[in-house]
Design a protein around this ligand. Structure first.
Ligand SMILES: C[S@@+](CC[C@H](N)C(=O)[O-])C[C@H]1O[C@@H](n2cnc3c(N)ncnc32)[C@H](O)[C@@H]1O
Length: 269
């Protein structure tokens, strides 16, 4: 896969841009995978279980699930994400990623022991429809598990750049566009789950979780194109932003991962 940015694609759909996907795999997936492993632990899902990973990205949940001996179907709407996930699933005969849309799953009812969505459908406008689809494809008595950010703008790197852009008045009117909606029990209950539990989960920030302060903006900018106004910043504004971010990364923190885990059960059995 080329890791060169395709400017037209990056503007239209950042998730389909090669530079975005490469940056996501290098910097985002290792941290989301920490929280995906916590989700797997909490559900008790293990060897022989049949699981679905909705909005898999490059396989943050699918890869550890395959390593635990699960049979895994992962899907994502981005062909490049699917390609990367499949490369990481090579060697696991019962795990694969396919391209599919989370608004309507092309899957039969009651086909999985568990369905997971890690930082995926809860961040979309079609969250409720996708949660209902997760319930539909899981067998009675099976598990629906969702992880979402508990912070305003997501992972620590997004919090850092959002705070800095706010401070320098670089966000267009309307700010970041939207803040992340908190995951709550009602979202899973309304989708049809019973015995729902919601709890905070997290993991301490590690020194290798983000680039060096001076490299932060250069290294992560493909991800930040999803922030309104970021792509239109002028060189002088980028210079100011770079210095403020370097200061925050050096002196701020700790930059812990803070998320919410929701687990529900499909009625029956
Ligand atoms: C923030 S990433 C999370 C990826 C992965 N689950 C992780 O934890 O690293 C969100 C993913 O959801 C995918 N996505 C967004 N909307 C989707 C949709 N309608 N159908 C399928 N995937 C979707 C994106 O392409 C992206 O890979």
């Amino acid at each position: 896969m080329s890791t060169e940015s395709n400017p037209a694609v990056a503007q239209e759909n950042p998730w389909a841009d090669p530079a975005f996907v490469a940056t996501y795999e290098r910097w985002a997936d290792p941290t989301t995978a920490n929280l995906a492993r916590i989700a797997l632990d909490r559900t008790g899902i293990g060897t022989g279980s049949t699981i679905l990973d909705v909005g898999t990205g490059v396989g943050a949940l699918a890869v550890p699930a395959a390593k635990r001996g699960c049979s895994v179907l992962a899907f994502d709407s981005s062909a490049l994400m699917v390609e990367r996930a499949n490369r990481r699933l090579v060697g696991f005969s019962d795990a694969r990623a396919v391209r599919m849309d989370a608004r309507a799953f092309d899957l039969d009812d009651d086909s999985f022991d568990a369905a997971f969505a890690i930082f995926s459908v809860t961040l979309t406008p079609h969250r409720d429809a996708s949660l209902r689809e997760m319930v539909r494809v899981v067998r009675p008595g099976g598990i629906v598990c969702v992880v979402n950010w508990a912070t305003r703008y997501g992972s620590p790197v997004f919090e850092i750049v959002a705070q800095a852009m706010e401070q320098l008045d670089l966000l267009p009117a309307g700010g970041m566009g939207h803040q992340i909606a908190r995951l709550d029990e009602g979202q899973l209950s309304r989708a049809g789950c019973v015995d729902v539990s919601v709890e905070p989960i997290g993991s301490p920030g590690e020194p290798g979780d983000m680039p060096a302060p001076t490299e932060f903006l250069k290294e992560l900018s493909p991800l930040f194109r999803v922030i309104p106004g970021f792509s239109n910043l002028q060189p002088a504004q980028l210079g100011e932003l770079r210095s403020l971010i370097a200061d925050k990364v050096t002196h701020g923190g700790p930059w812990n991962l803070e998320a919410t885990l929701g687990i529900g059960h499909v009625p029956g059995n």
